[in-house]
Design a protein around this ligand. Structure first.
Ligand code: PMP
Length: 418
């Protein structure tokens, strides 16, 4: 496999090519094929961008028809039929059945764009600047989003201080006995705590990049109560855990909380096309026209595939059972790995974002990912020390490929410990 042009031409900053050194060619469902014809099962899903697998067959014809008809592709944020279709489907399939009332904004193509918009809007809406973010959180790498991202590896790349964000311990950070929401309340109530009244709190219900750390429903409810009481806006970042990965469309649904602002990206287009979305409670939609704008704020092809994905997958109530049966399979297999090697692993996660945590040897997860690649499985690590194997298969697709991936994961674990 010739990778020389990547080495000679691309900036050193590239990352995944190092973990998976091959040239990928075709992709269907959860199977990738490289230029040598070698197959890989995908348990990475573009870090949560390919929840329905690669080139989902039920969405493809919508995309092809749109392109074949010379329909408008780029329109900044002018009105198009494709955008209308997406808005209507999002209202009818997602918001109304859940009794949710949000305005939608398309802040740019990436997750970081959505987070920037959320933080900026929260500051304008409240007239305050401090944001509370959580240890191990990841919200993107542009300056505002990076300020809310805990990991020093990423923060040092800014070469500057990242102001106005205060980090608070996530659920379980000090073990199960410390209620970190009670601590936050204490800081908010104590006039000498040094904590200015925040504009917003930003949180992932399950921290994907931070090591598959799960916030309990009770913790989320307490956070919602506290933020409401103090007039602090609650931003839930659904960029990785959203669009079904938790088992529900929005991961916050299970806890029953209703955030003030929700950021969505990755799998929302259903096809890997760049797209991001901010959901805003109508009363805090304070920006005036063209106050927060940009060139790529609505990609027609992403609207087309995104609307089709809502219809094909989310208008069908059996989607929840389909995901649940895959969660069962994955959990069973991860538990059997832990049962085989109890001194080496524990597991945690929600839905189809599961982590196999190396509890003694922090380098073990990295070795498993390497062995997996050799065997034909794409799987990533996460966590502060890259100590967690992040198991993220597609939400739908044939069970045989899922089982094949789980077999390969088991074999990679054996090889890494051999
Ligand atoms: N928030 C979360 C929870 C994420 O997982 C990510 C991406 N891993 C982002 C924000 C940033 O998204 P992007 O890489 O598209 O900017």
């Amino acid at each position: 496999m010739d990778l020389s042009v990547f080495d000679s031409m691309e900036s050193e900053v590239r990352s995944y090519i190092r973990a998976f050194p091959t040239v990928f060619d075709t992709a269907r469902g959860s199977l990738l094929t490289d230029e040598d014809g070698r197959e890989y099962v995908d348990f990475f899903c573009g870090a949560g961008t390919l929840n329905y697998g690669h080139n989902p067959a039920v969405l493809k014809s919508h995309v092809i028809d749109y392109l074949a008809g010379d329909k408008i592709q780029h329109a900044l944020d002018m009105a198009t039929g494709a955008k209308r279709q997406f808005l209507e489907r999002f209202r009818d399939v997602i918001l109304e059945p859940r009794d949710l009332d949000y305005k939608l904004q398309f802040p740019g193509p990436t997750g970081a764009n959505a987070v920037e918009a959320a933080l900026k809007l929260a500051r304008m809406a409240t007239g305050r600047s401090t944001v509370v973010a959580f240890t191990h959180g990841y919200h993107g790498l542009s300056l505002g989003a990076l300020a809310a991202t805990g990991n020093q590896w990423f923060r040092q790349a800014a070469g500057t201080s990242l102001p106005d964000v205060v980090f608070h311990p996530f659920d379980g950070y000090y073990g199960d006995d410390v209620n970190t929401i009670a601590l936050l309340r204490q800081h908010l109530e104590d006039p000498s705590s040094g904590l200015d009244l925040p504009a917003a709190v930003i949180v992932e219900t399950v921290q994907g990049e931070g090591g598959v750390n799960v916030a309990s429903n009770e913790w989320l409810r307490e956070l919602r109560e506290l933020t409401t009481e103090f007039g602090i806006l609650l931003i839930v970042d659904e960029i990785q855990i959203g669009v079904g990965r938790s088992g529900r469309f929005f991961s916050f649904e299970e806890s029953g909380i209703v955030p003030d602002i929700v950021t969505i990206s990755k799998s929302i287009s259903g096809y890997g096309f760049p797209m991001a979305l901010v959901l805003i409670r109508p009363e805090i939609d304070v920006w005036k026209p063209a106050m927060h704008t940009g060139t790529f704020r609505g990609n027609s092809i992403a609207f087309v595939s995104g609307a089709a994905a809502l219809d094909e997958f989310w208008a069908d109530p059996t989607i929840h059972e389909q995901i649940a049966s895959r969660v069962e399979l994955v959990t069973e297999r991860l538990n059997s790995i832990v049962a085989r090697y109890p001194e080496h692993f524990s597991t945690r996660g929600r839905g189809l974002l599961q982590g196999l945590v190396g509890i003694q040897d922090r380098a073990l997860a990295g070795r498993i990912s390497k062995e997996a690649f050799k065997l034909g499985l794409i799987i990533e690590t996460s966590g502060a020390f890259d100590e967690v194997v992040k198991v993220m298969p597609a939400l739908v697709g044939d069970e045989a490929t899922l089982v094949r991936g789980l077999d390969l994961l088991g074999a990679a674990v054996d090889a890494a410990l051999a």
